[in-house]
Write a protein that binds this ligand. Structure first.
Ligand code: FES
Length: 162
């Protein structure tokens, strides 16, 4: 996986700052989740040695708490309302345009571009549709030009597309 080496070295540095006692395990996992965005499975053996627990025990902790994830998640999230009011104002075309610009299908994530494209049914603000939420920021009356601007800003892409 891309950048895994960097992530492992980040995790090793975190390990060096913590005593090798089991009570620090959850704190360690929070630090790793914060620093890398997830808990890479590859780090479990080293962490198990450090905290004198089994890798399966760490696995159990990671899967028990919803704050931890074993899979990387995208840094950016674009939510496109597909509810009726937004749909009649063109949110279908907006979703298609995001999909083309970001190279990802609705409901999927593009890990290379670090973005998740998510459809929702209604965000409860139908009067200002079509509504899009970009990294938690609500955007009202979004049009196709806005889609290009948002996509380029998030992905840092500026190449022209046909
Ligand atoms: S239908 Fe889009 S906000 Fe309600």
């Amino acid at each position: 996986m891309k950048n895994l080496g960097n992530k492992i070295s980040i995790v090793e540095k975190i390990l060096q700052t913590l005593p090798g006692e089991r009570r620090y395990l959850v704190h360690f996992l929070h630090l790793v989740q914060q620093a890398t965005g997830y808990i890479p499975e590859e780090i479990l053996p080293a962490a198990a040695r450090h905290f004198s627990v089994s890798p399966s025990e760490i696995f159990g902790v990671v899967t028990f708490y919803s704050a931890f994830s074993l899979k990387p998640h995208c840094q950016h999230e674009i939510v496109v309302c597909q509810g009726t009011a937004c749909h009649v104002r063109g949110s279908g075309a907006i979703m298609e345009e995001f999909s083309r610009w970001l190279g990802v299908k609705p409901g999927e994530e593009n890990l290379e571009k670090n973005v998740l494209l998510k459809p929702v049914n209604c965000l409860g603000c139908c009067a200002i549709g079509p509504v899009v939420v970009v990294d938690g920021q609500l955007q009202a009356k979004v049009d196709l030009k806005e889609v290009k601007r948002i996509a380029e800003k998030l992905t840092g892409e500026s190449e022209k597309r046909e």
